[in-house]
Design a protein around this ligand. Structure first.
Ligand code: FES
Ligand SMILES: [Fe+2]
Length: 390
């Protein structure tokens, strides 16, 4: 790799590369430049996604009696609805490898491969009939097609991808406030190019929003500082960024002043106390907070963006939320603002990487992911199972 980036951001690098008096003193031993992600072996190995989770794969309305193929964690899966319930099976006929999703239903509760009519029970995956071998086919009962646990929640179909362990109840993996409260949701699902880890890292990246999104229309109403100091707190299975200091203007030595303010943007508030990245003066009510689900790994190079905004009001407040979401949030936040992130995720190319102070957020996220994954691997080993590649 060539020399590191030369520019303002060097002021905040903890790496001992800076040697001019203007720059902050280096804090040795923290955030060294990285050539790989070997400090997080599970994370590094999980290019196609973390196993052991429920993932949303699309709106419920998308899945009917016509088989649909989806890809999740690199696995091709056929999804079909039969008498109201959604089922998911591995989308490769064991006979000659044809996708079952190109077949259809010949009997209720089953799906038949289009080639020779091998017919699988949707619930168990059992080979229930081989149409071209007659009713007494000796193949029946000899093999089963792998199936995936499926649930419907929040208007979406969710599929669990594991390594043979029992799927945990899906509610254990959903945000608690969505399980415990009745909510209305505004959401947007979009297939996107780029590795899921870049998308998750972008979602939690402390430094970028203030700069990358400075031109987003959404930002007219969300003042953001030039830079800030934050720390990360863990609450249960979640981590949060908490702001300690915000700097609305900055003077860059030898270059001049730089500010995020503009005449057309709302003024920053005088007092700030919140979690997150904006300058709202209102403390975030944990029950009325925007929710972003994890980005869903499709394969190593693609993911599904599932942007969800939840609102817990009733009656008229609910109508107001619909109006606000459809007229505004959907286009400005889940649309143009999020498209800037999409762009960055497409062009991110790491490792190698030289991290800077705000990237502590990335390190904390990777550590959380790594620890959670290690806990699962330990659990699976104790049960005599093998934790796949992640
Ligand atoms: S390939 Fe599926 S039945 Fe032959
Ligand atoms: Fe962003």
């Amino acid at each position: 790799m060539g020399p590191g980036p030369r520019g303002d951001e060097l002021r905040f690098m903890s790496n001992p590369v800076s040697n001019t008096a203007q720059r902050r003193p280096a804090r040795p031993g923290r955030l060294p430049g990285r050539q790989d992600w070997s400090s997080w072996p599970h994370y590094e190995a999980a290019a196609a996604g973390f196993r052991g989770y429920w993932y949303p794969v699309g709106y419920s309305s998308r899945f009917g009696g016509k088989p649909a193929q989806i890809t999740l964690l690199g696995e091709k899966i056929v999804v079909i609805r039969d008498r109201g319930r959604v089922y998911a099976l591995k989308d490769r006929c064991p006979h000659r490898g044809v996708p079952l999703s190109q077949g259809n239903q010949q009997f209720p509760g089953t799906i038949s491969c289009p080639y020779h009519g091998w017919t699988f029970d949707l619930a168990s995956g059992r080979l229930a009939a081989v149409i071209t071998d007659g009713p007494a086919s000796p193949m029946c009962g000899k093999l089963s097609q792998p199936t995936y646990p499926v649930e419907e929640r929040l208007g979406m179909v969710w599929i669990f991808v594991g390594d043979g362990e029992d799927a945990p109840p899906i509610d254990e993996q959903l945000p608690e406030e969505l399980v415990a409260n009745e909510a209305v949701l505004g959401s947007r699902i979009q297939p996107r190019v780029g590795n899921w880890r870049f998308a998750c890292e972008n979602g939690y990246d402390e430094g970028h929003a203030k700069y990358l999104h400075r031109t987003a229309l959404w930002r007219l109403f969300k003042p953001m500082p030039v830079w800030n100091q934050t720390h990360i707190v863990r609450r249960g299975r979640w981590i949060y960024r908490v702001q300690d200091e915000q700097h609305w203007d900055a003077d860059f030595p030898g270059l001049g002043p730089w500010s995020n303010r503009a005449w057309y943007k709302l003024r920053p508030p005088s007092a700030v106390q919140n979690i997150g990245n904006t300058g709202s003066h209102r403390p975030v009510n944990p029950v009325i907070a925007a929710q972003e689900f994890p980005y869903v790994p499709v394969d190593a190079d693609n993911h599904l963006y599932v942007g969800v905004m939840a609102n817990f009001e009733r009656g008229l407040g609910r109508l107001a939320f619909y109006a606000k979401y459809l007229g505004f949030i959907r286009w400005l936040f889940h649309g143009q603002f999020s498209a800037q992130d999409k762009w960055m995720v497409e062009v991110t190319d790491a490792p190698p990487e030289r991290l800077y102070r705000p990237d502590d957020s990335l390190l904390k996220w990777r550590k959380l992911a790594e620890d959670t994954c290690e806990e699962r691997a330990t659990r699976l080993r104790a049960a005599g199972l093998d934790a796949g590649e992640s």
